[in-house]
Design a protein around this ligand. Structure first.
Ligand code: UT7
Length: 320
């Protein structure tokens, strides 16, 4: 048995922030942001936290799967912007959904988090331990942006996406996960500084820092490598792949990956223009979008791939 994606759902906050809106609070403009990233607008949460958005996306995914919350064995919330250090956001989601039989925990792998999540749930299903799992990617990145750092804050946004996995004969065929901690400093958001009564320091939160060029170089190399590796492991031909669902970080990264893989750009659905980079949520939001547009047919082979802070990367070959 393997995990098959039997339901998807997504949720984004109502508040739309356009590039022109940002140009009113910092030295930037619509042309620069569109040209360099492909982003036109993004959603920013006014009041909703990560767990609330995660639960909304998850509720829709369960409905889509025709599954009730108490059938879930495991809930993984992939996020870097959990509302609290503890309890885990996944436990809050479990409570909000009424998923009383599910183990629940958060997973920190930044933009690769959703991929890591489905790899883990798939492994539990393959091992015969669990039958039904829920993987959510949800972020309120707006709260960890330095809104005076125009090179980074214009890219990131808030949102949530989810997928329900069920044990079946076909589904997730191969997954890979990777990490390179040596490159950690190119994309980071330092947490609480060590403050306590002995050293007299007050705990402080940091903001997101990114060396955009380094991350860009890494991504355009790593994404095609991941795709090649997953195809080689599965013995599948690239031309048999219907869709490449990639992490929505930058339109130029996706276009470069398509060129390197010698595949038509039409096989790479994108929604970065509307939602910006929602980190762990970007892949499940896109997956939900193409699912509900009727672009996914039973038996379609799709490759999902992403990269992010850590640095981390992951990919999966999925039979729909
Ligand atoms: O999921 C996490 C993964 N993150 C990523 O995938 C990000 C990967 N990196 C990128 O997407 C790109 O590197 C960026 C979009 C972040 C930047 O694009 P770039 O082509 O590498 O631009 P740059 O950083 O080299 O900056 C070019 C110029 C600079 O001005 P000078 O030094 O040439 O005069 C920047 O100061 O653009 C300037 N600039 C801006 N101008 C207007 C930087 N940010 C802005 C801005 N508006 N928001």
């Amino acid at each position: 048995m393997v995990g098959r994606i039997v339901g998807t759902g997504s949720y984004v906050p109502e508040h739309v922030v356009t590039n022109d809106d940002l140009s009113k609070i910092m030295d930037t403009n619509d042309e620069w942001i569109r040209d360099r990233s492909g982003i036109a607008e993004r959603r920013i949460s006014m009041d909703e936290g990560t767990s609330q958005m995660a639960a909304k996306a998850a509720g829709k995914a369960l409905e889509d799967a025709g599954m009730s919350a108490d059938e879930l064995d495991i809930i993984i919330l992939a996020t870097s912007t959990q509302d609290n250090l503890f309890p885990a956001g996944a436990c809050e989601v479990q409570e909000m959904l009424g998923a009383v039989n599910a183990a629940a925990f958060d997973l920190s792998a930044a933009c690769s988090g959703f991929l890591f999540g489905i790899s883990i749930v798939n492994a539990f299903i393959q091992a015969g331990i669990y039958q039904n799992g829920l993987v959510i990617g949800a972020e309120t990145l707006s709260k960890v942006m330095d809104w005076s750092d125009r090179s980074t804050c214009v890219l990131f946004a808030d949102g949530a996406g989810a997928a329900v996995l069920k044990a079946d004969e076909t589904g997730i065929r191969h997954t890979l996960m990777g990490a390179d901690g040596k490159k950690g400093s190119v994309l980071s958001c330092v947490g609480r500084t060590n403050g306590n009564f002995l050293n007299g320091r007050t705990p402080e939160f940091g903001y997101t820092y990114m060396d955009g060029r380094e991350v860009f170089k890494f991504a355009v190399k790593k994404i095609p490598e991941c795709v090649d590796e997953i195809l080689e492991e599965s013995g599948e031909s690239i031309d048999e792949v219907r869709w490449f669902v990639l992490h929505q970080a930058n339109r130029r990264i996706i276009e470069a990956a398509a060129r390197r893989l010698k595949q038509p750009i039409e096989k790479f659905p994108m929604n970065i223009e509307t939602y910006g980079n929602t980190s762990s949520a970007s892949i499940p939001i896109l997956l939900d979008e193409i699912n509900h547009k009727g672009m996914l047919k039973r038996g379609d082979k799709i490759i999902i791939a992403g990269f992010g802070a850590g640095l981390t990367w992951g990919a999966a070959l999925v039979e729909w």
